[in-house]
Design a binder for this molecule. Structure first.
Ligand SMILES: [Zn+2]
Length: 275
């Protein structure tokens, strides 16, 4: 973001009900950060996903203050495979999915027609996408979308430019997440405890990185990482984190603007010819 582009975000929870009605009438995109609390190695707090995605959304809402309303983050997500590690809190997949859907459905009930769940925890992703889908199905005139930060082509390209680690170096409590946390709050990161640990059980199509392999396998986390880290946290720096954070904010603002440019869906009678 260019300097001077920053302003205070409109916080949903601080609005009175007439202000909520006005925010909906202004066609603002409701921005909903979604995360989880779980182990992120010995060097990072368990709120890593929550802190990162909250910060991305707060900055994005500040960069597009007239186009967004920022919801409080959904802090708890789906991570049963992390429960060997102290700190992980997991919500049943169906409860979590319905919870996310219910937040969106409530917003739709109040007149918001565009919403974006921005997710920061991998195992939430399919469920958050399902929640957004359910909002769309239940509210046919609404556009609810879901995305994981830094997964657009531009975001992925910046990850590739910034990273020093080879494949497997970015995954969890890794070069990327540790760098972003360093950029947000360096005092909360204990770099002397950062390690490089990779899944030793990878194959041609089953591997973890920022984009995983095409063959999806997710066993208990402790079966392939004893520290909780997957990736090379030792390569993290605050400077990398600043670049990644800027790219994630730009990406989120782009999503907001795209959602605002889209025509709201209307259900139609099927016909045998297009148009
Ligand atoms: Zn994480």
């Amino acid at each position: 973001m260019a300097p001077g582009m920053w302003s205070e975000p409109l916080l949903y929870e601080r609005l009175s009900w007439p202000e909520v009605r006005r925010a909906a009438a202004e066609d603002r995109v409701a921005l909903i950060p979604v995360a989880t609390l779980e182990d992120h190695g010995p060097h990072l707090p368990v709120d890593c996903d929550l802190r990162i995605v909250s910060e991305i959304c707060r900055r994005a809402a500040g960069a597009a203050p007239a186009e967004t309303v920022l919801l409080p983050p959904i802090p708890h997500g789906y991570d049963p495979h992390h429960m060997d590690f102290p700190g992980a809190l997991t919500i049943g997949w169906d409860t979590f999915t319905r919870y996310c859907r219910d937040v969106g459905s409530s917003l739709a009930r109040h007149g918001f027609t565009r919403m974006l769940y921005l997710n920061g925890h991998g195992s939430n992703q399919n469920l958050v996408e399902t929640a957004a889908r359910l909002v769309n199905v239940e509210h046919p005139g609404v556009l609810a979308a879901a995305a994981f930060y830094l997964t657009s082509p531009e975001g992925l390209a910046e990850v590739e430019r910034v990273r020093e680690s080879t494949r497997g170096g970015i995954g969890h409590a890794c070069e990327l997440e540790t760098s972003i946390y360093l950029a947000i709050d360096p005092g909360a990161v204990e770099m002397s405890k950062a390690v490089d640990e990779r899944n030793p059980n990878e194959t041609e199509h089953a591997w973890f990185d920022w984009s995983d392999g095409s063959l999806k396998v997710m066993p208990w986390w402790s079966s392939f990482s004893v520290t909780g880290v997957h990736g090379d946290a030792t390569k993290a720096t605050a400077e990398k984190g600043r670049r990644l954070l800027d790219a994630a904010v730009e990406e989120c603002v782009a999503y907001v603007r795209e959602l605002r440019s889209m025509r709201l869906p209307e259900r139609r009678q099927p016909k045998e010819t297009p148009g």
